[in-house]
Design a protein around this ligand. Structure first.
Ligand SMILES: NC(=O)c1ccc[n+]([C@@H]2O[C@H](COP(=O)([O-])OP(=O)(O)OC[C@H]3O[C@@H](n4cnc5c(N)ncnc54)[C@H](OP(=O)(O)O)[C@@H]3O)[C@@H](O)[C@H]2O)c1
Length: 293
C-alpha cells in the first residue's frame, strides 16, 4: 500500500488531485490549516508523521501581484518550503512531485520554451517559484518539477474562466488583453498527468517537465472561446462584445510574460501521448461546471 501526502488540497489543482490520487493508496491530504508551508518545522513534522512514499505539492503562494509587496512570504512558501520537502523526501526515500510555473521565463522567446531554456522571471512570484525549483534540484531527492501555465479548474477560489463567466453574466462589454499568449491548462488533465508521472519517475529521469494543454491562444481569444462554449451549455450571459486591448492598457503591479508557451515533448514521451487541445478541455471543464450548477 502506497502512502501519499498531498499538500495544498484546497487549491484548484489540489482538489482535482485529491480525487485522482485516492485510488493509488492511502492518502493524507492537507490544507494550510493543518500544514503551513511557511513553517519549516511543521513540514518536517508532517513528513515524519505520515512517512509517505509519494509527496505531491500543489500548494503555493499564487497571488502574483500581491507577491510584489509580500516578497518574504512568497519566498518562504514558494522558494524555501519546496527544498525542505525535497530534503525530507530524500531522507525517507520518498518521491516528490512539485508544481512550478511558466513565470520562471520572461516570455521574450517566440517558440515554445524547453525545460533547458534559460530562466529570467519578471517578478517576485516567478523568482520565488524559481528559487523553489533550484532548492529541490540541489538535493538528491527523486523529484519531478512540473511547470505548467494558465491553470483553471472547477474547484478552488478562482481563475480566468470563472472570472469571465461571472463578469460575462453581469456586463455587456469586456476588455481583455490580446498580446499575451499561452496554453490554457485544465486541472483535470494536469492532475492525470501528475498521477502518471508519479508512477514512472525514477532518479534517472528526475528533473523538470513542462505540462500544459496543447495549442496556443491569447487571453482575448480564450475569453471568446469561453463565451461561445458557455452559451451552448446554457450559462446565463449578458455579454455582447469582447474588446481586445494591449497589456499596456491593463497595467498590473507584476509584469507577465508575453509569450508563455511551453514545449511538452519531454513529458509527452513519458506519458505516451501529447496533452489534449485546450479547447477540448475547456469544453469538458465547462460541462462539469454546468452540471455542478
Ligand atoms: N493558477 C495558475 O494559472 C498557475 C499557473 C502556473 C503554475 N501554477 C502553479 O500550480 C500550482 C497549483 O496552483 P493553483 O492554481 O491550484 O493554486 P491555488 O488555487 O491558489 O491553490 C494554492 C493552494 O496553496 C495553499 N497555500 C497558500 N499558502 C500556503 C501555506 N503557507 N501553507 C500551505 N498551503 C498554502 C492555498 O491555501 P489558501 O487558499 O488558504 O491560501 C491554496 O489552497 C502552484 O504551484 C502554482 O504556482 C499555477
Amino acid at each position: 500500500m502506497r502512502h501519499i501526502l498531498l499538500i495544498g488540497k484546497d487549491g484548484q489543482l489540489g482538489q482535482e488531485l485529491q480525487q485522482v490520487l485516492a485510488p493509488l493508496g492511502e492518502i493524507k491530504s492537507v490544507g494550510r490549516d493543518s500544514l503551513d508551508l511557511a513553517n519549516p518545522e511543521a513540514i518536517a513534522k508532517m513528513v515524519a508523521e505520515v512517512k509517505p512514499d509519494l509527496i505531491v505539492n500543489a500548494a503555493a503562494y499564487t497571488a502574483v501581484d500581491k507577491a510584489e509587496t509580500e516578497q518574504d512570504l512568497a519566498q518562504a512558501i514558494n522558494g524555501i518550503a519546496p527544498g525542505i520537502l525535497a530534503k525530507q523526501a530524500q531522507e525517507i526515500g520518498a518521491t516528490l512531485i512539485h508544481v512550478s510555473t511558466d513565470y520562471v521565463f520572461d516570455g521574450s522567446q517566440s517558440h515554445p520554451y524547453l525545460e533547458t531554456d534559460p530562466t529570467q522571471p519578471l517578478g517576485v512570484y516567478g523568482q520565488s517559484k524559481l528559487a523553489g525549483e533550484q532548492a529541490i534540484l540541489s538535493t538528491q531527492a527523486n523529484a519531478a518539477i512540473v511547470r505548467t501555465a494558465w491553470v483553471y479548474g472547477v474547484g478552488g477560489k478562482g481563475n480566468f474562466v470563472k472570472t469571465m463567466l461571472r463578469l460575462g453574466a453581469e456586463r455587456e462589454e469586456l476588455r481583455v488583453v490580446c498580446d499575451q499568449v499561452g496554453s490554457p491548462t485544465w486541472t483535470g488533465d494536469l492532475a492525470e498527468a501528475i498521477v502518471q508521472l508519479s508512477q514512472q519517475i525514477n532518479p534517472e529521469i528526475a528533473g523538470i517537465y513542462h505540462y500544459t494543454n496543447s495549442g496556443v491562444t491569447s487571453w482575448y481569444d480564450l475569453a471568446i472561446a469561453i463565451f461561445e462554449e458557455a452559451k451552448q451549455l446554457g450559462f446565463p450571459l449578458k455579454i455582447q462584445r469582447v474588446v481586445p486591448i494591449s497589456t499596456a492598457e491593463y497595467p498590473t503591479p507584476a509584469r507577465r510574460p508575453a509569450y508563455s508557451v511551453l514545449n511538452t515533448q519531454k513529458i509527452s514521451a513519458i506519458l505516451g501521448s501529447y496533452p489534449p487541445h485546450w479547447r477540448q478541455s475547456l469544453r469538458k471543464m465547462l460541462s462539469k461546471l454546468a452540471k455542478k450548477g
